[in-house]
Ligand binder design. Sequence first.
Ligand code: NDP
Ligand code: HSE
Length: 429
Amino acid sequence: MGDSLRVAIAGLGTVGAGVVRLIDTNAGLIARRAGRPIEVVAVSARDRSKDRGIDMGRFDWVDDPVDLARHGNADVVVELVGGSDGPALALARATLASGKGLVTANKAMIAHHGLELASAAEAAAVPLKFEAAVAGGVPVIKGLREGAAANELTRVAGILNGTCNFILSKMEAEGRDFADVLAEAQRLGFAEADPSFDIDGVDAAHKLSILAALAFGTRPAFGSVAISGIRHVIAADIAEAAALGYRIRLVGIAEAGSNGLFQRVHPHLVPMDHPLAHVTGSLNAVMAEGNFVGPLLFQGRGAGEGPTASAVVADLIDIARGEYGPPYAMPADALADAEPEAAGERRGRAYLRLTVADKVGVLAEIAAAMRDAGVSIESLIQRGAASDGSVLVVIVTHEGPERAVAHALDKLSGSPSIIGQPMWMHILG
Ligand code: NDP
Ligand code: HSE
């Protein structure tokens, strides 16, 4: 058996403590599979005295995580601090500059700075690996980078945020409140330090942009992801969707084609018989289509200590074996520029929920706005009046251009009959 791969870990929270626990628990198996032991030699976090449920006193403690980049004993640094910039990015840059390999679970940092870091890793001929950054324990990066490497991929779609999926599943199955389920996701360690990244769709967009770059061989383009989260999904939407034969899921879709690069994270109505409708709790799932392999489906736990640590340590095992290549499956300077496709050019069916004043002529006004914008209505449901005199109107449209739906909603915005913001969700085809 060869010399140990010596690892320094920055960040000892949910994921960092999980990585130490996994390496302790499965040390013998990992050594046999990696061909040599993986040994933690140094750690860093903010609070040295915090009880992390596992002995950290046996490792060299370093106060400033960036100093791990120059730690004389470490071969590889694992960054588990989080945040797109700040100490995480300073550590990543310093690690690669000092000729050490880097493993990270930090999708925010990779979405914003992945190209720069990949170029630095390639220039230094050291590994940069980030399996845990997308879909937690699900080996989707390995699957696309290696397993599907021979295929042209033109579409990836999936459920990429465990917190949102946990919230939507619990709201549907147990009728619980949004805030109550979010608090549980935070307790379970799924949610980001700032949970608005989860519920507003930003975390899923970080992951989608990483997958799109890997799948299509295009430069990462987080800035062109159209993002909308689940903050405005209400219990009535879940009930109406169920009555229509759908479940609500936050779905990310990326496509590369002659119209350019399309990337969107939005809540969708997913037909009950679609595989993504059966992805519940903190599970994630990613679907991809290759021109030779056909459809692929990756599914598993997308967040939490165990699954995320599993992905981080899998990256370390690859490094211990000497198995790594360019982070985006091809050299960073070979990635193509992709112009973003305009969302309005797309076609689809839409779910619209409007809260309206319960008075004569409201439905006629809505129908006229749809007609004038060229939106064809498949069904329209009005539910009985609330105590404040408002009613919910739920419309499902026939397939048509998204720009027509946007135009109809523009026409209605400002109408005294419409209360608050309409909710628009796409219906997954
Ligand atoms: P936590 O908030 O649980 O842990 C963050 C750790 O970083 C803590 O140990 C904290 O120290 C330390 N830290 C924070 N700021 C500093 C700083 N300025 N200097 C030194 N140490 C610092 O986060 P997670 O473990 O949940 O997430 C870590 C990374 O993994 C993030 O990038 C996240 O997006 C990603 N990730 C998380 C998943 C999950 O399910 N939780 C899944 C996939 C990816 P202290 O403990 O002393 O406060
Ligand atoms: N907050 C993220 C989620 C963690 O809920 O999916 C996993 O990346």
